[in-house]
Design a protein around this ligand. Sequence first.
Ligand code: 3PO
Length: 506
Amino acid sequence: MSGEDTIPPREIELKLLFAHQARALLDRHLAATSGDGGHRTHLVTTYYDSPDLSLWHSGLSLRIRRAGRQRIQTLKAVDEGNQLALDRREWEWVVKSDQPDLSVLAGTPFGPQVTAMQEKLAPVWVSDVHRTTYMVHHDGAMVAVAIDEGCVRAGDACAMVRELELEIRDGPARSLYGLALALQAVVPLRLGVLAKAERGYHLLTGAPAAAVRGGTPVLDGNMTLADGFSTLIRSGLGTLIRNQPAAGAGDPEGIHQMRVAIRQLRTMLQMIASGESDHSVINLFQSELRRIGRGLGEARDWDVLCLETLPAAFSTHGDNDLIRMLVDAAQAQRRVAHQQLFQELETPALTTLVLSLAIWIEEAAFPQGAGQAVSLSHAAPELLDRLARKAGRKGRHIGELSPDERHDLRKALKKLRYGVTYFSALYPSRVVETYVRRCRALLRHLGENNDATVAATLIHTLGAAHLKLAPVAGIFARWNDKRQRHALHALVSAWKVFRDTRPFWR
Ligand SMILES: O=P(O)(O)OP(=O)(O)OP(=O)(O)O
């Protein structure tokens, strides 16, 4: 590739993780599929940056790779998208030494920025992998399938690498998903999202994998409804998978973001289903999303109790043995919920679901019937009306709703808020903002209510398992009832304001 290209060269690849014992089977399968024994190389790649890692912080990685006698310098602009596959701008040059040659960067948009740091650049981490590459034809595409085994090193720290990289060489990028799913049928695989440079960064700094907030893709009113749904689902799948490392490390925000992504995906599938007569495929996706969402939900409930509710409930009580016992018992249950979640995330089920959903939308298995070909701006009012009507129905007699009915209202309102946010670019921002602000206020009070209801159930479970905790569970119950009464009061007022807000899409 040349640094002079006006269209930046891109690298689009999907990473998959596999277990050690799957290696031999993978090689046999790929050798049979590609019709050759694979090409083996030993790649030692040194990444360069300044002591304060400014290249990394500005989304760049600069490296020199030794493969045999050859040295290749690569500049990659870190993927900022939110898709399943990593999609990065990449420039490569053959160079003569192990020192970066910055003169060649002049043809890239980052030349001046990197050159200004010339004096400061030094090796920061190294990836050392044995790679076997197979060229595989799949569904009209040519894909380089590389099996990498080795490690990433930073100082004395080292992390094992065992991954499969599927890189599109020719043909549509969506073929990566189909190939990944085909390989998934041969050996259990899990989607991986950390580039080797990212692993080096975590090793060097000790920073854990961070949660990623799912952005809302901006939709254009001229897009078809089907394209709008595809864009949203792609983005939801990206958020789901990209939070897996943080969630798998027990980061509450990673777990939270995965749960939010599941809810959003379910909302979109429900919107798609509303225009279709055959729901069988959508129902399958929904039930798997619901199942995985349940594990995330349980872990999230214990997180909220331990990290927010209990500290707030006992903030004025000082040190007390029974309170400590209650907190310890809650923490123990939280660990159990996390363990169950980690086990689930270690299975290939999430990867299978995500790849199948990606294929379903990319390969137009995605339903195009019942008005999905109309423009978004044409379809949005009807869709939003439907969501608003449902929320309106569930909010009637708000002051008298049971906890379950309030929960239903909360779910309906969340769907409405997602819908409003997705289509917000189609309307003037001022009117959208007022509507969203009021909807959010309502959801906040419903959330407080829900937290109180969930907390009461969880504390009841702990109290039943440890009878000694009865007095402290009683103190908690009084505090919890009081905050729930406040939240209910605020909810009724917020509902009246929201109910009188004009739907901006009409
Ligand atoms: O060989 P590449 O360019 O795919 O790069 P890599 O060493 O596999 O690193 P990354 O994890 O960034 O794809």
